[in-house]
Design a protein around this ligand. Structure first.
Ligand code: ATP
Length: 368
C-alpha cells in the first residue's frame, strides 16, 4: 500500500454505545487517515452501522468521543459535520430529475442557480452521468441510481464520505463493476471514504485498511494483505477468505524457529519472523493454512518442504481454479486446497490418491 495518508482525519477515542442495557460498541478506538479508503467489516449485528452513525453524528456516543479534522465533534449535529452519508437504499427523490436530486443539498445552502448548475455538472461528469441530468429516478438503472446518490454526497464537498452498504442492492456483476469504479473515483478525488460492509471480498478489493469487527469490538485493524496473511485469531482468519485449521503442539522454540508437531502429519519449523513478537508462542495449539498454500504434487515435484498423502473427496470447478476437498492421512476433517487450472493440468477426480505439498512459510499460528 502506498502510505501517503498518514495524517489522522478521524480519531475515534474509546467510543461506547449503549442502547438501554445492550452495549453495541465496547470502547472502540481507531484512527482513520486523510485520503484513506477505510472499511468497517464484520458480520450482521457487530456494530458497524452504529459506529458509522456515531461518526456521522446521527447517534451520540454513550462514552468517548470522535474528532474529525482535529476538532472534537461532541455535541455537533450531523448536518454541521464535514461528513456526508450515502445510504444502502440510495433513496433519491422520485419526483426530481437527476440534476435536481444532486443539486438539492446546495439549494438549501442558498447558492445561486448558476453556481449550483456548475457544481452539479462537475460531479455528474465525475460519476459518468453527465448525459442523464434530465432523467427521473425510475428511468435509471440500479447502478445509475447509486452513482446519483454518490454525486449528491460529493457535491456537498465533504471531507469524509460515509457509505453504508452502498452496493448491497446491486446484482453481482454490477456490484463488481461499481467496486472498481468507486475505488478509482475515491483515488482520483482523494477524499476519505469509510465503507460499511459485511462482504469480505468487497472490503479486500476496495480498502487501504480494514477494521474487522465482532460483537461491538475491533478485533483487527490492518491492510487487506495483513488481514489475509496474518490474521490475529481464528475468527478473523475464517471471516477473511478460507482458512484450514490443523491441531498443533509446540516442541521447542529457538531464536530462529518454532518447532511444531502437526497432528499426524509430522514436524515443521515455522520461522519466528512470521510470528507477531507479542504472541504467546508456547500457547500455540493450532495452525492455519490457506487453500492456495497447499499443492497437489505431480510425482516428480520434489520442492515442497512437507509432503503428506491424501484422498480427494470432492472438487468444485470454477474455470480458472478448482477447489478440492482433500482428506489428509490421519485427519477426519478434509482440508480445502485451491489449484490454478493451468494448461495441461486436468481436474483430479474424487477418489484419487494424491500427494499434498506445503511449507512452513505458509503457516499462521493460533491459540485458543
Ligand atoms: P448489519 O450488517 O446487520 O446492518 P451492523 O454490524 O451494522 O449489522 P448495527 O446496526 O450497528 O450492526 O447494530 C449493532 C447492534 O446494536 C445490533 O445488535 C442491533 O440490534 C443493535 N441496535 C442498533 N441500533 C439500535 C437501536 N436504535 N436500538 C436498540 N438496539 C440497536
Amino acid at each position: 500500500m502506498k502510505d501517503t495518508h498518514t495524517k489522522p482525519m478521524i480519531v475515534i477515542d474509546q467510543v461506547v454505545k449503549k442502547f438501554g442495557s445492550f452495549t453495541a460498541l465496547h470502547g472502540i478506538s481507531a484512527e482513520i487517515r486523510e485520503g484513506e479508503f477505510f472499511s468497517l467489516l464484520g458480520p450482521s449485528g457487530c456494530g458497524k452501522t452504529t459506529l458509522l452513525r456515531v461518526i456521522a453524528g446521527f447517534e451520540p456516543p454513550t462514552k468517548g468521543k470522535v474528532a474529525i479534522g482535529g476538532k472534537d465533534m461532541s455535541g455537533i449535529p450531523a448536518n454541521s459535520r464535514p461528513t456526508n452519508m450515502v445510504f444502502q437504499s440510495y433513496a433519491i427523490f422520485p419526483h426530481l430529475n437527476v440534476e435536481e436530486n444532486v443539486g438539492y443539498g446546495l439549494k438549501t445552502r442558498k447558492m445561486s442557480k448558476a453556481d449550483i448548475a456548475r457544481d452539479v455538472a462537475e460531479v455528474l461528469k465525475l460519476v459518468d452521468m453527465e448525459s442523464y441530468g434530465k432523467r427521473k429516478a425510475h428511468e435509471l438503472s440500479g447502478g445509475q441510481r447509486q452513482r446519483v446518490a454518490l454525486a449528491r454526497a460529493l457535491v456537498m464537498r465533504p471531507e469524509v464520505i460515509l457509505l453504508d452498504e452502498p452496493l448491497s442492492a446491486l446484482d453481482k456483476k454490477l456490484r463488481d463493476q461499481m467496486q472498481v469504479e468507486l475505488r478509482s473515483l475515491q483515488r482520483s478525488i482523494g477524499i476519505t471514504f469509510i465503507l460499511v460492509t459485511h462482504d469480505q471480498e468487497e472490503a479486500l478489493i476496495m480498502s487501504d485498511r480494514i477494521a474487522v469487527m465482532f460483537d461491538g469490538r475491533i478485533e483487527q485493524l490492518d491492510t487487506p494483505e495483513g488481514l489475509y496473511r496474518r490474521p490475529v485469531n481464528r475468527r478473523v482468519a475464517s471471516f477473511i477468505g478460507v482458512m484450514n485449521f490443523l491441531p498443533a503442539k509446540v516442541l521447542g522454540v529457538t531464536d530462529q524457529h518454532v518447532k511444531l508437531d502437526i497432528a499426524a502429519l509430522g514436524q515443521i519449523d515455522v520461522p519466528r519472523h512470521d510470528i507477531d513478537p507479542a504472541f504467546d508462542i508456547e500457547a500455540v495449539d493450532t495452525i492455519g493454512v490457506r487453500p492456495e498454500m497447499f499443492t497437489l504434487l505431480a510425482d516428480a515435484d520434489d520442492t515442497a518442504q512437507m509432503k503428506v498423502q491424501g484422498e480427494v473427496v470432492d472438487s468444485e470447478y470454477y474455470g480458472d481454479m478448482t477447489y478440492y476437498s482433500v482428506r489428509l492421512a490421519g485427519h477426519d476433517t478434509p482440508v480445502t486446497i485451491s489449484m490454478r487450472n493451468t494448461a495441461g493440468r486436468s481436474v483430479v477426480p474424487p477418489g484419487s490418491q494424491v500427494t499434498v505439498g506445503w511449507g512452513a512459510d505458509s503457516i499462521v499460528v493460533f491459540k485458543e
